[in-house]
Design a protein around this ligand. Sequence first.
Ligand code: PDD
Length: 285
Amino acid sequence: MRTVFVNGEYCLENAARVSVFDRGFLFSDGVYEVTSVIEGRLVDNPRHLQRLHRSLEALAMPCPMPDADIHAMQEQLVARNSLQEGLVYLQVTRGAADRDFVYPQQVKPSVVAFTQAKSILQNPKAETGLRVISVPDIRWQRRDIKTIGLLAPSMAKQQAILAGVDDAWMVDEAGLITEGSSNNCYILTADDIILTRPLSRDILHGITRRALLQVAAELNLEVTERAFSVAEAQRAKEAFISSAATFCLPVTQVDGRQIGDGKPGPVYRRLRDAYIEFARESIRG
Ligand code: PDD
């Protein structure tokens, strides 16, 4: 049984409690971060905490703990659960108050965190690739805030699984892909340019995306930040995704159409390897 963190205390997962009046529960009034763990260490965590602040500020929510204390708590959870590889989930909600649409004043934010064991470096999908379907993006207009309101992406992912594939790529009203259900998307064009949607309120500003673009530049790979359509993805040489939970993974099929030769491509492989190297450096540094 895991040890989890709830409002200042470490307890066993079956003893953890939050109020039925918690606004995370009633309004999805909360934000979260997912940090990957390899070799028992948190990857790129300062940037995750930076984004946590950005999300909190967008919702006028105070930060409940100093960054150093959050980081120490996340490390405590990794240690107490002997986590070698996987994720630390961290959630901050506005807190518990009688149900009212107006933000309550002077409530204490709720902080919950837990670990999830997961094979990241040896993910079999890194070799076989993901198959995706496209679905309409039915989410709200502030996708840059990492809120816990995840029903639309959950519906999209469920639709993908029912369709017998791995994930869904969400498409906006202009027919352009926004992002995956829980990852950022990329394609490699016929003339070897990596395309990924530019940062805006339409997508989450992925921490893995940021690092991946950094390593792409170091590898002298050409990147253009522009949105692309499903048809462009289907014509691409390669396609891939990024997230803390997956690092970089190849996409080999979009809406039943094979990408390239249907196998993970060389540019993807270079990026995944370079990102893993970046992650290893991040845990050492
Ligand atoms: N999801 N886009 C969306 C909609 C996401 O939910 C995520 C991450 C990303 C990638 O962001 P990052 O590189 O910072 O992980 C992009 C996390 C992993 C999750 O919800 O589990």
